[in-house]
Design a protein around this ligand. Structure first.
Ligand code: IMP
Ligand code: MG
Length: 185
């Protein structure tokens, strides 16, 4: 069993500190509070990577809102998108007529969010928008844009603050680049 300090030896570079992330979340929360005033906001988080971001965003938005989660995956255990969307858990809330804001950890190829947005749109919500903590434009395959984006990240595999490699590193408090030697043989 290794601890967080041991996990640090797999990190090449810290991209975003806990402080930077929390300051940006406050800004996003204030913006969303303005934009959704008077609307029926439903925050839908894409599990599992979104968990820390979701918790902080829900606190940063000063509005009455509903919360739900969905579990989908376009990745196996690797670091390259397979392009296959698997729905493991759907939301419980009826979103018809409501303003849906999808929260995601990272927008990479856009395949996951394109699939999720299409699925939600069929349920006739008033609106569907995306709020992503990280945006990796270099990976984009689908024409998907986030209405709210925390940070643009370079074309590297990042972990921490919810983001994983093979299920690990999610509980690091920062976002860092994973050393390629960790996933290359
Ligand atoms: P997309 O469908 O290619 O946009 O991929 C989105 C999902 O892929 C995210 O929810 C993450 O789970 C995963 N992902 C993409 N890039 C990274 C990364 O750099 N680190 C960790 N997970 C990533
Ligand atoms: Mg993942």
């Amino acid at each position: 069993m290794i601890n967080k300090l041991d996990m640090m030896s797999d990190i090449q570079e810290i991209l975003l500190t806990e402080e930077q992330i929390s300051a940006r979340i406050k800004e996003l929360g204030a913006q969303i509070t303005e934009d959704y005033r008077g609307k029926e906001l439903v925050l839908i988080g894409i599990l599992k990577g979104v968990v820390p971001f979701y918790a902080a965003m829900a606190q940063a938005i000063d509005l009455q809102l509903q919360q739900d989660f969905m579990s989908v995956s376009s990745y196996g255990a690797g670091t390259v998108s397979s392009g296959k969307l698997i729905i493991r858990k759907d939301i419980d809330i009826d979103i018809e007529g409501k303003d849906v804001l999808i929260l995601e950890d990272i927008l990479d190829s856009g395949r996951t969010l394109r699939g999720v947005v299409q699925m939600f749109e069929a349920r006739r919500p008033a609106s569907v928008k995306i709020c992503t903590l990280l945006d990796k434009p270099a990976g984009r395959v689908e024409n998907v844009a986030a209405a709210y984006s925390g940070f643009v990240v370079p074309d590297a595999f990042v972990v921490g603050y919810g983001l994983d490699y093979a299920g690990y590193y999610r509980n690091l408090p920062f976002v860092g680049v994973l050393k390629p030697s960790v996933y290359q043989d």
